[in-house]
Structure formats: C-alpha cells, structure tokens
Design a protein around this ligand. Structure first.
Ligand SMILES: [Zn+2]
Length: 59
C-alpha cells in the first residue's frame, strides 16, 4: 500500500493514528482496538467492516 496514503489515513472513529500491519493487511487503531481490512490495496475504513482485536493480540 502507498505509504503516502497511509500518512493521511486516520481512524474514522477517534481520528487517531493507525498502524499498518503488512502481513495481515490490516490497519490497526490501538485506541479503539479495531482492525480495518485492506482489500485489493484499498483500506476499508468502515466501523461495520472492522474487526475487534482480542485481548491477546499484539498491536
Ligand atoms: Zn480509533
């Protein structure tokens, strides 16, 4: 994914920074413990599409 695109992306819920997890193709919001999927290089910044991170998941 384009790193410039990553720079301008923020969490749609808390407007905080996101962490790009390349291996799993997800954008993580640590504050909300949500993982937004990246499909075909396009981040899906929808709360309804986000996955809640489990307690044991390293973020
Ligand atoms: Zn957030």
């Amino acid at each position: 994914m384009d790193s410039k695109l990553l720079d301008i992306l923020v969490c749609p819920i808390c407007k905080g920074p996101l962490v790009y997890h390349k291996a799993v193709q997800e954008l993580i919001c640590k504050a909300d413990r949500l993982a937004f999927p990246i499909r075909d290089d396009i981040p899906v910044m929808l709360e309804s599409e986000a996955r809640t991170l489990g307690e044991d998941e390293v973020v």
